[in-house]
Ligand binder design. Structure first.
Ligand code: SAM
Length: 217
């Protein structure tokens, strides 16, 4: 089976119970989806209001719902590789449009000023291509904010099988985890400038990091 098909099957399988599993897990980390939404929105400003924002890897729409709750005027479009996740997201009634596809293969139309994503990046097979496609879709100065799991090298050994984490916790999904140093290198090699990098919640074997990227002029 190819990589994206395995990812799709895993998240299709998880869609029915996803939210019940992850909302309490985030609380155990010491923060909430509302706080996650607020952190992402802290990089959003009124100059970005002219075009809808794009959320990558919407899942069941739990984050979009919180974004809309905090910023009712923000129009959100969403993309996900899993049709079962998109069905759940549609029920939330907060997305202007929802698209099915893999974020690194999707043909993005129009131009945007703000794109965000949570807990999807490690699942994307071609992360370099993803960053370049997102940059092409953003205006100069546009922002891509993403939050993802990063292996904690204080706990894990360098030769640990990082991807076993998703197989165990993400219904068998394959993954492409990178260390913090590798993530920074990936961003350095991309058309983006890293504006801010900060940890969210408490430390575990995989830490949550927020990357705030700005498209360079
Ligand atoms: C762990 S869930 C996160 C969902 C949501 N962002 C949240 O914070 O609850 C990861 C989501 O990313 C989607 N996903 C994984 N790989 C993807 C890809 N290559 N392109 C688009 N979506 C992808 C999955 O289907 C799943 O819905």
């Amino acid at each position: 089976m190819n990589y994206n098909k395995e990812v799709r099957n895993a998240f299709d399988d998880w869609a029915a119970t996803y939210e019940k599993d992850v909302v309490p897990k985030l609380n155990l980390r010491g923060y909430s989806y509302d706080e996650l939404a607020a952190s992402i929105l802290s990089y959003y400003n009124e100059n970005m209001e002219s075009v809808p924002v794009l959320e990558l890897g919407v899942g069941t729409g739990v984050l979009g719902q919180r974004i809309k709750g905090l910023a009712p005027n923000v129009e959100i479009e969403g993309l996900d590789i899993s049709s079962e996740m998109l069905n759940k997201a549609k029920e939330k009634g907060v997305y202007k449009s929802l698209y099915l596809g893999s974020a690194d293969e999707y043909i993005y139309c129009g131009h945007r000023k703000f794109i965000y994503s949570a807990f999807m990046f490690h699942s994307v097979r071609n992360q370099e291509l993803l960053l370049s496609k997102i940059a092409d879709n953003l205006d100069e100065g546009g922002m891509f904010i993403f939050v993802d799991l990063i292996p904690n090298m204080k706990i894990l050994s360098a030769n640990a099988d990082f991807n076993a984490h998703s197989v165990q916790y993400e219904h068998g999904a394959p993954a492409m985890y990178k260390t913090c140093a590798e993530m920074i290198q990936l961003v350095e090699d991309s058309p983006f400038e890293l504006i801010e990098l900060r940890k969210l919640g408490i430390s575990k074997d995989y830490n949550h990091y927020l990357f705030a990227l700005k498209k360079e002029g």
